[in-house]
Design a protein around this ligand. Structure first.
Ligand code: HEC
Ligand SMILES: [Cu+2]
Length: 490
């Protein structure tokens, strides 16, 4: 209402003098050409975006995280829920968009307004229509809600004979603890939530979870620092790993294969660099893998025929700060636990140095194909799209990648959508770059100006703690020796 009219009584008719324009005349004013062109262009852009997204949907090369490609019963359950909901949504979408288009075209502005009423026939107060369009969506949502809730409640209930593995999230990598019984068999059975106490028999792996095909794995998740979220899209949905509590999840794979995952809860600087992978292998190979993981590391210094460079590497590992953070079982257990004393002075252990209190166990570092949160390859990968077929961890005569060369049948090791295969030769450059400057290879809050807890930690301040691996200022010679040593940790 304009100022001139504001004083008038409600009942009086408004005239153009009052600044009031009748609706019919507003309609009659033609839309400016520029606005029409803009509308047309906007329609084109929206259509293009839809088509492009639709096309991209089906492009999976170099996109290893695909939730629409289930490889196990849990991911399949999600897919079986998503498909009908998606079809229903698509049908409703088509009806709604179709109706909007139909109305926009049929009742569009026409040059000849003769016979057009100011207002069309009004349908307000049509009870039947209103009840129908309230009830139909309500019933649809209730049905979808029912199936959603019942699917979700199935995803974290493991079978009675599920194998128990604990999952630890920390900045910025995942750890896995396999509980073994006295015979070296993985613990199974019992209450889903009941997990055994930690024991010296347990094996601990980083970033790579190896499980047998067809065996359900019951996961108990927690975090050593902030909230993370565990997600292997091909195998199941997401489950948060929360400090101070346990959450439960499960995985099962139908066929051998390698499936990448990603932390999906923002957890700080390198959240996007916090991946993990699941290797699903035939049961006999899992046994072989397990037996190997149970062994402590070889002590190269006491072996007669050991490669002298690897021996020097082991010595460097033990004398440098590495061995205060990373455990190599049988080599530095007491140092990493913070029990060592030098000259009556307590040496820092991993709990003194890191906020999370834990760093990747390196006892079998070279039996893994990727490192640092599975964002770099430490081994050559196979050619893309070949490893899911007949994938196997050991004894693979069909595997063409046997020499240290991409031309000889290996995949490109820089292609980290394609995980390195531990049976292939080691690829050293990423590892060298890591040891040269970890914070450059992967952003980590490990410097004083990035991390308030890091103040002078390397100068002996026992209260300062790091998130991630610090730059130890290694020489090129030290890096080479350390890599020679890491390569022996099979
Ligand atoms: C203050 C503790 C600390 C020290 C000291 C340290 N690291 Fe690390 N290191 C880490 C952490 C934490 C990670 C995991 C970082 C990530 O993935 O985000 C890591 C990752 C690694 C990895 C990759 C492991 C994997 O499986 O992903 C290697 C190899 C490694 N460090 C070797 C070394 C060597 C060799 C030294 C000594 C020169 C060393 N580190 C010193 C904390 C430390
Ligand atoms: Cu995370």
């Amino acid at each position: 209402m304009s100022e001139a009219s504001s004083g008038k009584a409600q009942s009086e008719e408004l005239t153009p003098d009052d600044g009031y324009t009748p609706a019919a005349e507003v309609i009659r004013k033609p839309t400016p050409a520029g606005l029409r062109a803009f509308g047309f262009l906007a329609c084109l852009v929206v259509t293009w975006v839809f088509l492009k997204q639709g096309w991209d949907w089906f492009q999976t090369d170099n996109r290893p995280l695909n939730t629409l490609d289930p490889k196990g019963p849990n991911a399949q359950a999600i897919q079986d829920l998503v498909n009908p909901v998606f079809l229903l949504a698509a049908a409703i979408g088509i009806v709604v968009i179709g109706a909007v288009c139909f109305i926009a075209i049929k009742y569009r502005e026409k040059p000849d307004l003769a016979g057009i009423e100011e207002f069309g026939k009004q349908t307000e107060g049509n009870k039947v229509l209103e009840i129908v369009w309230t009830l139909v969506p309500a019933v649809l949502l209730a049905v979808i809600g029912f199936f959603t809730v019942s699917t979700i409640s199935k995803l974290d209930k493991p079978e009675p004979d599920a194998m128990k593995v604990e999952v630890f999230g920390q900045q910025w990598w995942w750890g896995f603890r396999y509980h073994l019984d006295a015979d070296g068999n993985p613990r199974t059975g019992g209450e889903a939530g009941a997990f055994p106490e930690d024991s010296d028999r347990d094996i601990v792996a980083a970033s790579e979870l190896v499980i047998p095909v067809g065996q359900e794995v019951s996961l108990r998740e927690t975090s050593n620092d902030v909230i993370h979220s565990f997600w292997i899209p091909n195998l199941n949905g997401k489950k948060d790993a929360v400090p101070g509590m346990y959450t439960h999840w499960k995985l099962k794979g139908d066929k051998p294969g390698v499936f990448l995952g990603q932390c999906t809860e923002f957890c700080g600087l390198s959240h996007a660099n916090m991946r993990m992978l699941v290797r699903i292998v035939p049961p006999d190979e899992f046994r072989q893998w397990l037996d190997n993981q149970r062994k402590p590391a070889r002590d190269l210094e006491s072996e007669s025929g050991a490669d002298p460079r690897a021996v020097a590497g082991q010595k460097a590992f033990k004398s440098l700060l590495c061995s205060s953070c990373h455990r190599v079982r049988g080599i530095n257990d007491s140092k990493v636990a913070g029990l060592d004393q030098v000259g009556g002075k307590k040496q820092p252990g991993v709990k003194d140095l890191l906020v999370s209190g834990t760093a990747p166990d390196l006892t079998h570092f070279a039996s893994r194909g990727m490192f640092a949160g599975a964002i770099f390859n430490s081994h050559y990968p196979n050619r893309p799209n070949t490893q899911a077929v007949g994938y196997s961890l050991f004894n693979r005569p069909e595997n063409p990648c046997r020499t240290d060369n991409v031309a000889d049948g290996c995949g490109d090791p820089r292609d980290v959508a394609n995980p390195g295969d531990p049976a292939n030769p080691m690829w050293r450059p990423a590892l060298a770059a890591w040891l040269r400057d970890p914070g450059k290879a992967k952003p980590m809050a490990n410097l004083a100006d990035e991390n308030p807890y890091a103040d002078g930690v390397l100068e002996g301040n026992p209260t300062g703690k790091l998130r991630g691996m610090p730059n130890l200022g290694l020489t090129e010679e030290q890096i080479e020796l350390l890599i020679a040593y890491l390569e022996t940790l099979r």
